[in-house]
Design a binder for this molecule. Structure first.
Ligand code: GLN
Length: 474
């Protein structure tokens, strides 16, 4: 029998209680059975079998040998197409492997497929994907729920038991929010910990890779694999990657935990305030000191993010013009018409909205008033965290302002959708590591998430605090 724990499965494989083939056959079966959830953009059974056959005759020791992993379709993969869930990249086959996926392959992981996400990772419900919405596996029959976004397919893949771990990217909350919606663990490490090489760019000063798993220990194992310095990404940090899983320690006695006043937001459902309080009480009972802190510029985080992210996106997405690769519109009579029609037909509504906002805030005359101002506010937000971390070791907040909402409610109101990111975006702007772990349920029995934020490159502390909190319900 396969276990839902990546760590336990590694042990079973090593002890030869199960073979790599048996393990992956079970996952292939699950993936086919749950095809209706639309979790994968690319799934090719033969490619999984080929990877398994190679690993079965490989005698070297590899940390993740044979472990089925799902890859967000934003990571370039040599042997599988990479679409960023966009029509404009529908037939794109990268000629190179991203840093993150190469690391996983080097460690012996088996890629089971490429997961659905919001188009170019812009969204919070997976409803901007050109390939249709992923359905949250926790939905009941009459009410399909959103898996969250943008990495909704990856979170859903773990929750639906279609892999033992999945990669995601988080620009403003795209790992933490779907983790919370699907009831799994999701970590976004410090900006710079994992190279962005080979990740389809959305907002380069914010984009960060991370992972989804069923538990904290598994997340620590996978993060070790995907982290590291890479000279091909100029913002990659040259830091030592600790052995997070080996150093995992649930003892948080003597630590100081910051609870930010500004995260008590009017209109937050009672159940979310309740799980937050429960988490704080549990942490206190484990010997940590609770400290009320203030992050005074929090209220500016969302507007700041929705200036900076679209600004960078408008620049990054300029490359999709129908000239070199990807979709090209037909029926064109001039170069300008080719650009216009290719981009007009190739991008979805939300991506176009971001390009328009971004172009506007970067335009002469508005640059100072919007983009430059947003950069200054971003610095103030980062300073708030730096000040707070002088007096505390980590910060605890809710992950998202709601549980998974119905797909039918993943509406056309972009502002309402942007509000999903209210608790995740501040740490993104500050480049801090954050994890979401399932903690408690709402009145419909849907999972809610608690977010733990740490100092730059203090993923170990974030893992340890999450490991402690996880023990309250294990
Ligand atoms: N929901 C946010 C957005 O649409 C965050 C997306 C992300 O982190 N990739 O921008």
């Amino acid at each position: 029998m396969k276990s839902k724990s990546l760590k336990e499965t590694i042990k079973s494989l090593e002890a030869k209680k199960i073979s790599i083939k048996e393990l992956n056959d079970e996952y292939i079966k699950n993936i086919k059975e749950k095809n209706n959830l639309n979790i994968f953009i690319h799934f090719d059974e033969q490619k999984i079998i080929d990877q398994v056959n190679k690993l079965e005759i490989d005698n070297s020791n590899k940390k993740l040998k044979g472990i089925p992993i799902a890859i967000k379709d934003l990571f370039c993969t040599k042997d599988m197409p990479t679409t960023a869930a966009s029509k404009i990249l529908e037939n794109f086959n990268p000629t190179y492997e991203s840093f993150v996926t190469q690391n996983l392959l080097d460690d012996g992981a088996v890629f089971v497929g490429k997961t659905n996400c919001d188009e170019f990772a812009m969204g919070s419900a997976n409803n901007t994907s050109y390939f249709g919405n992923t359905i949250n596996p926790l939905s009941n029959d009459d009410e399909p729920l959103a898996p969250g976004g943008s990495s909704g397919g990856s979170a859903a893949a773990v929750a639906a038991d279609l892999c033992l771990g999945a990669t995601g990217t988080d620009t403003g909350g795209s790992i933490r929010q779907p983790a919370s919606f699907c009831g799994v663990v999701g970590i976004k490490p410090t900006y710079g910990l994992c190279s962005r090489w080979g990740i389809t760019a959305f907002a380069s000063s914010l984009d960060q890779a991370g992972v989804f798993t069923n538990n904290v220990e598994d997340a620590s194992i996978l993060l070790e694999s995907i982290s590291g310095f890479d000279s091909r990404d100029s913002t990659s940090a040259n830091v030592n990657i600790p052995n997070y899983s080996k150093n995992l320690n649930s003892d948080i006695s003597g630590k100081t935990v910051g609870i930010p006043n500004e995260y008590s937001i009017e209109g937050t459902p009672e159940e979310i305030s309740q799980i937050w309080e429960d988490a704080i009480k549990y942490i206190e009972s484990k010997g940590a000191k609770i400290k009320k802190i203030s992050l005074p510029h929090t209220k500016y985080a969302l507007p700041t993010y929705y200036i900076i992210a679209p600004a960078e996106a408008s620049s990054n997405l300029a490359r999709y013009d129908g000239v070199k690769y990807g979709f090209r519109a037909d029926e064109i009579n001039s170069l300008d018409e080719m650009y216009e029609n290719t981009r007009g037909k190739g991008f979805g509504k939300e991506v176009k909205r971001r390009i328009l906002i971004g172009t506007y805030v970067l335009s002469a005359g508005y640059y100072d008033a919007y983009y430059l101002k947003a950069q200054k506010v971003r610095k103030l937000i980062a300073n708030d965290f730096n000040d707070a971390f002088k007096d505390c070791d980590f910060i605890v907040t809710p992950t998202a302002p709601s549980a998974a909402f119905p797909l039918s409610a993943s509406q056309d109101d972009p502002i309402k959708m942007y509000l999903n990111d209210i608790f995740t975006v501040p740490a993104s702007l500050a480049g801090l590591p954050g994890i979401s772990i399932p903690f408690g349920k709402d009145k419909n029995n849907l999972p809610l998430g608690i977010q733990i934020l740490g100092k730059h490159f203090d993923e170990q502390q974030v893992f340890n605090a999450a490991y402690c909190l996880e023990k309250s319900y294990e």
